[in-house]
Write a protein that binds this ligand. Structure first.
Ligand code: PXG
Length: 292
């Protein structure tokens, strides 16, 4: 595997960064997780735009244009002969001194890894997933804003550990007011009647790219897709529930905190959206290989 680091492609064993990089020392940086399907990078523009928004929010100037970044992602996929896989795009504050002042960092580093991903076992997509609400709340907007996809994922990792300790794979995170925000690496949706609902960004949800695609697919299909504030009560009494994320795609949820959701199996609206999502991933996206 070849890894892109600051304009150069290195062998995996030589793909190293400095121990003085503030991405390591302080989690000072931003990232994106992107998928490639059928020789195309899915929703590349949306991911690149979000990366630059995250960077702007932490006053990090990425030393490349949006176009150069998009090209670097596509080129890295092509050089790795990746048709279906996962791209991790990381921008760190760069090498600095021991002291957290970001002004002491010379230049941000850009890293692109094009690999494979398997977030959840395949059977879980068929059966549906059990999740639990955890005690660790989503970051406050006044602290590290939850809209920033920063290298500082410790809050989410703590929530993930709580989920693991409870014997499940994902955690529902509430915000500090007790409203549902999202999961540790996925947005959450419920279906009630012909309405699809997901927490608003103001509740502490990440502006998920998959979330946006699913809202669009739902509306195209005549569903009402809204973003109300949701409580655990709303989750427990939903007809259907599923999670969305670049890594997870769409995964049905059948139990939350011991409460069976709907019929206790993946619901018809969820299944339909899963099919529509997969169909879209196959035909849309930035081509990795020259189109003949
Ligand atoms: N919330 C959080 C906190 C996330 O990190 C999502 C929601 C879903 O957003 P997208 O844009 O992907 O629909 C994420 C995304 C991984 C991995 O390494 C994590 C994400 C994406 C891809 C891979 O587990 N998180």
């Amino acid at each position: 595997m070849k890894i892109y680091i600051d304009g150069k492609l290195c062998d995996e064993k030589n793909a190293k960064i400095s121990v003085f990089d503030h991405g390591l020392l302080y989690g000072d940086g931003v990232f994106e997780g992107i998928r490639a399907y059928n020789g195309r990078v899915f929703k590349l523009k949306e991911h690149i735009d979000r990366l630059y928004c995250s960077a702007k929010a932490i006053l990090l100037t990425i030393p490349m244009s949006h176009e150069q970044m998009s090209k670097a992602v596509v080129d890295t996929c092509r050089k790795n002969n990746l048709r279906d896989g996962y791209v991790r795009l990381v921008v760190t504050r760069g090498v600095g001194t021991l002291g957290l002042n970001p002004n002491k960092c010379e230049k941000p580093s850009v890293i692109i890894i094009a690999d494979k991903i398997q977030v959840y076992p395949p059977a879980m997509y068929q059966r549906g997933m059990d999740i639990v609400t955890v005690a660790t709340t989503r970051n406050l907007h006044s602290a590290v804003n939850p809209a920033i996809k920063s290298l500082n994922y410790l809050n989410n990792i703590l929530a993930k550990i709580e989920a693991n300790n409870a014997g499940v794979e994902e955690a529902v995170m509430l915000n500090s007011e007790g409203f549902v925000a999202e999961c540790t690496a996925d947005n959450i949706f419920i279906v009630k009647g012909n309405q699809l609902m997901t927490p608003p960004l103001s509740a502490g949800a990440l502006y998920g790219i998959t979330r946006g695609v699913v809202m669009e697919l739902a509306r195209e299909n005549g569903l009402l897709a809204t973003e109300p504030t949701l409580t655990r009560y709303d989750l427990f009494n939903a007809d259907e529930c599923f999670l969305t994320g670049t890594g997870a795609e769409l995964i049905p949820v059948v139990k939350i905190d011991g409460r069976v959701i709907g019929a206790g199996k993946p619901g018809p609206i969820t299944k339909d959206l899963v099919n529509r999502y997969h169909a879209l991933t196959k035909v849309s996206g930035e081509p990795i290989f020259p189109v003949k």
